[in-house]
Design a protein around this ligand. Structure first.
Ligand code: NDP
Length: 286
């Protein structure tokens, strides 16, 4: 084959985006697999998404990640959606398949994989989700599709939380309930998996933790956090002090990046290398 001087382009559109480490992780994986791909971390302001998505088509980009505030608004610029993305109502990644833009949501799938890696399955479990934003929706829908028995959604805004609960009850086999979160939250002792899907505790606010009564967390619970920076969040520290098994947000981040890599390139991702790259980037011990 003749030499090609053209790199395949992927990347991320978001605002804020400067502190998103995904590019370092994907670039390390491309280099490891000898793929001539470039990952561009691009600041796209709210209001400029249509122009940016036209750019994806015009530049024949292989795909793109979407992050705050574009995950829902991007739907109108896509040609097709995966079943899960359609249910969730948001996408975090797009693949350009011969000019057709296909949207998928790998946030919840990455979360499920990080649970599976420590031997935990949502099947038949009682799950409590804190928050009802984009990531909470992705996690709840994927847990429901994976056979969760019951999902409780706690949120500080009633409308958003109730909408998510209605979606789970209408479109999946799981049963869901809403809890209005206006006081320190008591965790039901029947909870198997407690998941923080709020943005509370995200760097630089590492001194903050969700407002729950931590003495209601018990040692039989698996407690997970979507926060990846700091991976040793106060929320997880409190849960560990009560003897709970904990799972931080790094696994979810790496696993969704690995799924995106595979969907763009067709090549299995070097997950261990991607994990190490992310940990090095955050100066975490091996
Ligand atoms: P959203 O803004 O869509 O949702 C945030 C949620 O947190 C909302 O339900 C919001 O409630 C709730 N919330 C905010 N502040 C508080 C508070 N003080 N107390 C209780 N609830 C609160 O964000 P995303 O869902 O997109 O992202 C959530 C987090 O997940 C972010 O920190 C992000 O960094 C992280 N993330 C991690 C990934 C990973 O791979 N580990 C991947 C993607 C994101 P309301 O809106 O009702 O006010």
């Amino acid at each position: 084959m003749e030499k090609s001087y053209r790199a395949e382009l992927v990347g991320a559109f978001g605002c804020p985006i400067d502190e998103n480490p995904t590019g370092v992780v994907e670039e390390a994986a491309f280099a490891d697999k000898g793929l001539n791909y470039r990952y561009l971390t691009v600041k796209v302001n709210d209001g400029d998404l249509e122009a940016a998505m036209n750019g994806v088509r015009a530049f024949n980009m292989r795909g793109i990640n979407l992050t705050i505030p574009h995950k829902v608004k991007v739907l109108q610029y896509l040609d097709e959606l995966s079943e899960a993305a359609e249910l969730i109502g948001a996408v975090n990644m797009v693949v350009n398949i011969n000019g057709k833009l296909w949207g998928e949501n790998t946030d919840g799938k990455g979360y499920l994989k990080s649970l599976n890696e420590v031997g935990v399955s949502p099947k038949g479990k009682n799950i409590m989700i804190l928050g009802a934003g984009g990531v909470a929706r992705a996690i709840s829908v994927e847990c429901a599709l994976a056979g969760a028995a019951h999902i409780t959604v706690a949120n500080i805004v009633r409308e958003q939380g109730e909408e998510l609960v209605n979606l789970i009850n209408r479109k999946t086999n799981a049963k869901a309930d809403f809890v209005f979160w206006d006081h320190p939250l008591e965790i039901d002792p029947a909870t198997d998996i407690l998941s923080n899907a709020t943005s509370v505790g995200l760097y630089p606010h590492v001194d903050q933790k969700p407002d729950i009564n931590y003495d209601t967390v018990t040692s039989h619970m698996v407690v997970t956090d979507v926060i990846f920076n700091d991976p040793n969040s106060l929320f997880l520290q409190e849960a560990r002090m009560r003897g709970a098994q904990t799972v931080n947000g790094l696994g979810m981040l790496v696993n969704q990046a690995a799924m995106n890599f595979k969907l763009w390139t067709g090549v299995d991702a070097p997950v261990e290398l991607m994990t190490k790259t992310l940990r090095d980037e955050f100066h975490l011990d091996a």
